[in-house]
Design a protein around this ligand. Sequence first.
Ligand code: ATP
Ligand code: MG
Ligand code: FE
Length: 350
Amino acid sequence: MLILTLESSCDETSAAVIKDGRVLSNAVASQIPIHARYGGVVPELASRNHIRDIHPVIDQAIAGAGITLEQIDGYAVTCGPGLVGSLLVGVETAKGLAFAYDRPCVGLNHLEGHLTTVLLDLDEVDSPEFPYIGMIVSGGHTDIYIVHALGQYTLLGRTRDDAAGEAFDKVAKMLGIPYPGGAEIDRLAANGNPKAIKFPRPMAHHDNLDFSFSGLKTAVMQYTEAHGMPADDAALADLCASFQQAVVDVLLLKVMRAAKTHGIPRIVLSGGVACNRQLRKELREAGERDGVEVFIAPASLCTDNAAMLGAVAAHYLGQVDLDHFSAHDLKARGNMPLGESLRNPARVHN
Ligand code: ATP
Ligand code: MG
Ligand code: FE
């Protein structure tokens, strides 16, 4: 089955072609340079650029897979959560294509894509068995789930305030690093001493699986107020390394606790912050030490892209009853609880 997946929930416009779990192509147009000058995503600009980019990105994905649109058997698109104006572009485009070519189209949850990326047939990483512990660390979420099967998730814990990626981006902004600063902090931290500054490990001592990152951000701010901004590259590297280590420590502590408490020796790390090299390295080490299998997608599939939807897309398209199906009423949903991909009430005509 050939599936075209579309993703436009935030500031990446992406289209991918998936065949039987294999990624044939994955085209991504990032708007980072457009939003960087404003220090964050400007929703109106994001929508307009999605409109500009979506068809070229689809053409690129189709050409990259060496196929034609007529060959696509089904469509899948991110319906939420995300910026409604951005989501609308992907949703309406997918509906248009599904209508024009008379193919089914399912609306998917963006987080479900992050959580199940490693279920694709990838060269770089094996797929885990069910159930597994899935941690999403991204720009908007820091959640830990049990993934029982595709479509069956139990939330175990989440951030009570800022997401991990948001903390990276806000600290970067404070230090004068352009948006989104997560990757740049990762790069700078590589030359720093993670023990140089003692930052708090928020909620590490709380006997739960929740997180809080806003206090850590404040601690960095108070540090720069007390000691001044880093005077040179070495001081900046130490600050970045120390902050990053605090985030990595709490993420590791909680996700390893989740695996242990629930007796599930398999962890999947996903979302943009899963690109972080220190986090990837330490989670692999912790897994080895404690006998827990660790699965992390290649970095290019951790930040937003359409290929990450491939596994859920196949799952839900396989459940579609073609005689009672229409994509006409698929809607963009700013808020969309996990597990509602197929249950989007407007998805099926009766
Ligand atoms: P959500 O998935 O919650 O809707 P999003 O889609 O905006 O949010 P992603 O694209 O999954 O988020 O991830 C983007 C985030 O990942 C940004 O906050 C970015 O700074 C962060 N990030 C990317 N690379 C790294 C890295 N190497 N180290 C730390 N953070 C990183
Ligand atoms: Mg993004
Ligand atoms: Fe995301």
